[in-house]
Design a protein around this ligand. Structure first.
Ligand code: ADP
Ligand code: TRP
Length: 319
């Protein structure tokens, strides 16, 4: 089984990225041949500062490694170290129906948030399809917001197969039900573009501040509270043990504890949960060439697979 996923180099990673995509991807690395990459071509649709893009790319590699990606098991690489993927994106774009891309939620969301309608933003799902198909991927672990992109990938693969004969496998999304949408400070989907994020590796003061600013309703301290509608409880459920979760649920329902006490408990658990990752991150940072070496090895392996698939694609389409 080949497993593949990517994460954009558009900023620092938050706990929504961790529970929605990174943790499932890291868990899968022992189940098959995993390929994980930092999507710097995709990030170019929003990042226009070369220094920031370069730094974010290394930063994402660092954080992914610190969170448990094992470069002996999984191939970690930069998307742009495999430029053939842009060639495949072009080929796929020649069969991609405009209507299919016009219906993409993420494109419409981005325009609604004020990004300008560039061809790159519009073609984003085509490049993502190329990322997936160029490694003959079987399974793609992602958060729920990426589901439609995987459906578009399957549509494009099927269209190519129909037109030119069997070239591509049809990949399956792998979306963890329990963490498909991790809520942010305001209860909406956590996202760096909504500013409602809690980052995995911010310092203690900042993390505490973010947790304490989770939006709550005006239920009084003594009154019972509904755990299922609380962001505090949902986030706590990601990092606490079964017993601790049951205990917090009971205290929500009983009343008598205020939201700020629950927030303090959440902060403690969250801080403790990521402690081993913070330690690992320090160790990686101490070895100056570690990240570059991992990415260089990753690029080499990814290129082997991509070259192999592209030979097949070029022959099939007549290039
Ligand atoms: P952002 O929305 O912050 O820009 P990305 O789009 O870069 O995040 O997401 C990278 C990966 O993390 C994707 O697989 C995405 O589905 C997952 N992800 C991002 N935010 C969340 C969230 N709040 N809950 C679950 N998964 C998420
Ligand atoms: N679009 C994905 C995101 O924003 C990143 C991505 C690019 C990706 N190419 C991919 C994810 C291929 C999975 C497979 O999170």
């Amino acid at each position: 089984m080949r497993i593949l996923s990517g994460i954009q180099a558009s900023g620092v990673l938050h706990i929504g990225n961790y529970f929605g995509m990174m943790r499932p991807a890291i868990a899968l690395q022992v189940e098959g041949e995993a390929f994980y990459f930092i999507a710097d071509y995709h990030a170019l649709t929003t990042v226009r500062d070369p220094k920031a893009l370069r730094e974010n790319t290394r930063g994402v590699a660092l954080d992914f490694l610190a969170c448990g990606l094992d470069p002996e098991r999984a191939t970690l690489f930069r998307q742009s170290d495999v430029p053939q993927v842009t060639e495949l994106a072009w080929i796929l774009s020649t069969v991609a129906p405009m209507g299919l891309l016009e219906r993409a939620h993420s494109y419409k969301d981005k325009l609604a948030r004020g990004l300008s309608a560039t061809a790159g933003l519009f073609n984003y799902p085509v490049l993502m399809a190329a990322d997936i198909l160029i490694y003959d991927s079987d399974v793609v672990p992602v958060g729920k917001d990426q589901k439609q992109h995987i459906e578009i990938t399957r549509d494009l693969a099927a269209k190519m197969n129909e037109t030119f004969g069997p070239i591509f496998k049809l990949p399956e999304p792998r979306i963890e039900a329990a963490t498909e949408v991790v809520p942010g400070l305001d209860g909406q989907k956590m996202s760096k573009s909504y500013g409602n994020n809690i980052d995995i590796f911010s310092d203690e003061k900042e993390t505490r501040k973010r947790v304490m600013s989770i939006v709550t309703d005006s239920t009084r301290v003594e009154a019972p509270k509904d755990p299922s509608r609380s962001t505090i409880f949902q986030l706590y459920s990601l990092v606490a043990s079964k017993d601790q979760i049951a205990n917090m649920r009971e205290r929500f329902q009983k009343g008598g504890t205020g939201y700020s006490d629950f927030k303090r408990e959440l902060f403690e658990k969250l801080w403790e949960y990521f402690a081993p990752m913070r330690k690992c991150r320090e160790e990686i940072l101490a070895d100056k060439s570690y990240i570059d070496n991992v990415l260089a090895r990753g690029a080499e392996r990814a290129n082997q697979v991509a070259d192999h698939v592209m030979t097949r694609v070029r022959a099939a389409v007549g290039l």
